[in-house]
Design a protein around this ligand. Structure first.
Ligand code: AMP
Ligand code: MG
Length: 306
């Protein structure tokens, strides 16, 4: 990605206004939370979310946690059963993330990596709360560090791996807890602990939870049809997903823009899967930057290791 000048601003009203402006323009901004520093982008803007992945240099797509100011806002994005609502009322705001069935058309599929559930959290940190209220948007935010490096608990840590990759870091000193949020799935009858964290609900780590831990998500969205990579034309009855010069039945980005392609990836996979075509083919995607994450996702879809 192109080099950017990264500014660091101590959190005050002006800094929140500036961060809010950048986020509404589709840029990711690093912001302190009570767990670790997050890299926040407008969760309703698919390209803004793609820029999180570009900045982190993540070689794959993970579903992201969506931050909202309160339970009312959370209930506009997900379906809370009684148990989930009781947990939320008890522990929010705080370092508890709840995975619930996705119930909102405003969240683009890149936020949940194509899943029909969504991870939601109400943070307690005043800077993140101020940013949520100033933007009036749900904010998708993984940790603000380059992929494969340690989660940042200070603005200096964020700069170590993100300097020149994001426009702004809001600095409020050390993040309080320094440990990622507890993640609990409330998608079925029973609660499942997906990631242990600061809030101990006394739930056991189940076998299904270990394979669903961050980075190892067991049930990634996968199309049901065979998928062929690096295709320059459609063979017998394939739905061709284009990129750049390869037009296809629908294109990830006719301009060959990887941010746009990442933003459209899951929608186009769903579209190809729902079409009458018996198989899916995808045009060559460059092996650099976000292209690596896109290719990783497509390879998993092709090999059914989901
Ligand atoms: P983080 O890296 O702290 O932002 O945590 C994100 C993690 O939350 C992912 O790696 C997943 O393990 C988990 N997660 C997010 N959304 C979902 C979901 N819809 N279903 C299951 N786990 C999720
Ligand atoms: Mg992380």
């Amino acid at each position: 990605m192109s080099a950017t000048t990264t500014r660091v601003l101590p959190v005050d009203d002006d800094a929140i206004v500036e961060a809010s402006r950048l986020i509404l323009e589709g840029e990711p901004v690093a912001v302190p939370t009570e767990t670790v520093y997050g890299l926040a982008a407008d969760a309703t803007n698919a390209e803004a979310v793609a820029r999180i992945y570009a900045a982190k240099g993540r070689p794959g797509f993970n579903p992201l946690i969506v931050h909202v100011p309160d339970l009312a806002a959370a209930e506009r994005l997900g379906a809370f059963n009684e148990t989930a609502r009781a947990l939320a009322e008890r522990h929010w705001p705080g370092p508890l993330t709840l995975v619930v069935p996705k119930a909102s058309p405003v969240l683009p599929s890149i936020v949940t990596a194509g899943l029909d559930s969504v991870a939601i959290r109400v943070p307690v940190h005043p800077a993140m709360q101020a940013l949520l209220r100033a933007t009036n948007r749900p904010l998708a935010a993984p940790s603000a560090n380059a992929s494969g490096t340690i989660s940042p608990t200070r603005a200096e840590h964020v700069l170590k791996s993100m300097d020149g990759r994001i426009p702004l870091v809001l600095d409020a000193g050390p993040a309080g807890i320094g440990l990622e949020s507890t993640i609990v799935a409330a998608t079925g009858e029973e609660l499942r602990l997906l990631r242990p964290g600061p809030i101990d609900l006394g739930l056991p780590m189940t076998a299904s939870a270990t394979i669903e831990a961050p980075g190892m998500l067991a049930r990634h969205y996968a199309p049901s049809k065979p998928l062929r990579l690096d295709a320059t034309d459609a063979r017998g009855g394939e739905f061709l997903i284009g990129f750049g010069p390869v037009e296809g039945d629908a294109t990830l980005s006719s301009a060959g823009n990887l941010i746009e392609a990442a933003a459209r990836l899951f929608d186009l996979l769903h579209q190809a899967d729902a079409s009458n075509a018996a198989a899916i083919a995808v045009a060559p995607i460059p092996t650099e930057g976000l292209g690596l994450a896109i290719r990783d996702r497509l390879r998993r879809a092709a090999h059914k290791e989901n």
